[in-house]
Design a protein around this ligand. Structure first.
Ligand code: ZN
Ligand code: ZN
Length: 226
C-alpha cells in the first residue's frame, strides 16, 4: 500500500521559513532561505534519514526565498521550479521590491547594501510554472496557484487540496498579518489574497514566522483587514 500521509517539517532560517514536505517516499522543499543557508537545510534532510530531495519549489524570486536554491540543487540534484514570471529575476539574481525601492531615504540604501553583501546567486529554473499547474509529474499531489502582487510571479503551493504554502502573502512574525510592506502591485495582491481565501484550506504555512494558521484563522484575518 502506498503511504500518502503528509509530514511537514518547518525550518526556521532566521529571516524566513522553509518547509520540507514528506509524502510517502517523496520529499519536496518549499523555499530555500537566504544565501549560505544550504547547510542548515541539508542537515534537516539528513536528520530525516538522509532522504533524497525530489523537488525545490520557490514561492517567489526574493533573496530570502531562493538564496540557497542553486547550492541545494548542486548538493541534491533536485530540480528548481518557480512561476514563469519570477523565473527571469531569479535567473538574474535579482530581488524585485517595487515601490519599496523608493520608500524614504533609508530603504533604498539598506536594500542596495544588503544586495551587495549578500548577492543571491543567479539561479536558472529547471522548469517554470503557470496557474493551476499540477505537480503530478513529480509524483506529488499538489497544485500551483498563481497569486501575483507581492511579486508578479508569486505563487502558492496547495498540497492535497487543503494545505497551503503561501509564501509572502502572509506573515506570522509578530501578530499574524497579510503582506503589507512590499508589493509590485497592490491591487493584484488583494485579488490573490481572495483567491487563496476561497480555497477550503485546513492549514496555512507562511513565508515568514514559525506559527502556522488554520484555514479559519486565515478567513478571519482576511475579513478583519478588509
Ligand atoms: Zn518576498
Ligand atoms: Zn520574504
Amino acid at each position: 500500500m502506498v503511504d500518502n500521509r503528509i509530514h511537514i517539517h518547518s525550518i526556521s532560517l532566521g529571516l524566513s521559513q522553509a518547509y520540507l514536505i514528506e509524502v510517502g517516499d517523496r520529499l519536496v522543499l518549499v523555499d530555500a532561505g537566504m544565501p549560505h543557508q544550504q547547510n542548515r537545510i541539508l542537515k534537516r534532510i539528513h536528520d530525516l534519514g538522509n532522504r533524497r530531495l525530489d523537488l525545490i519549489f520557490i514561492t517567489h524570486a526574493h533573496i530570502d526565498h531562493y538564496g540557497s536554491a542553486a547550492a541545494l540543487r548542486r548538493a541534491t540534484r533536485a530540480p528548481i521550479i518557480i512561476h514563469e514570471s519570477d523565473a527571469i529575476p531569479m535567473a538574474r539574481g535579482e530581488t524585485q521590491l517595487g515601490l519599496a525601492r523608493r520608500q524614504g531615504k533609508l530603504m533604498p540604501l539598506l536594500l542596495s547594501l544588503i544586495e551587495r553583501i549578500l548577492k543571491p546567486e543567479p539561479t536558472e529554473a529547471d522548469a517554470t510554472l503557470k496557474d493551476r499547474d499540477d505537480l503530478g509529474e513529480y509524483g506529488f499531489n499538489a497544485e500551483v496557484l498563481h497569486t501575483p502582487g507581492h511579486t508578479f510571479g508569486s505563487s502558492c503551493l496547495v498540497v492535497n487540496g487543503e494545505i497551503g504554502f503561501v509564501g509572502d502573502l502572509l506573515s506570522t512574525n509578530g501578530k499574524p498579518h497579510l503582506q503589507r510592506f512590499f508589493a509590485q502591485d497592490w491591487s493584484l495582491l488583494r485579488d490573490s489574497i481572495h483567491k487563496i481565501n476561497r480555497l477550503p484550506l485546513r492549514q496555512v504555512y507562511p513565508g515568514h514566522g514559525a506559527r502556522t494558521l488554520s484555514g479559519k484563522e486565515l478567513k478571519r484575518l482576511v475579513a478583519e483587514e478588509r
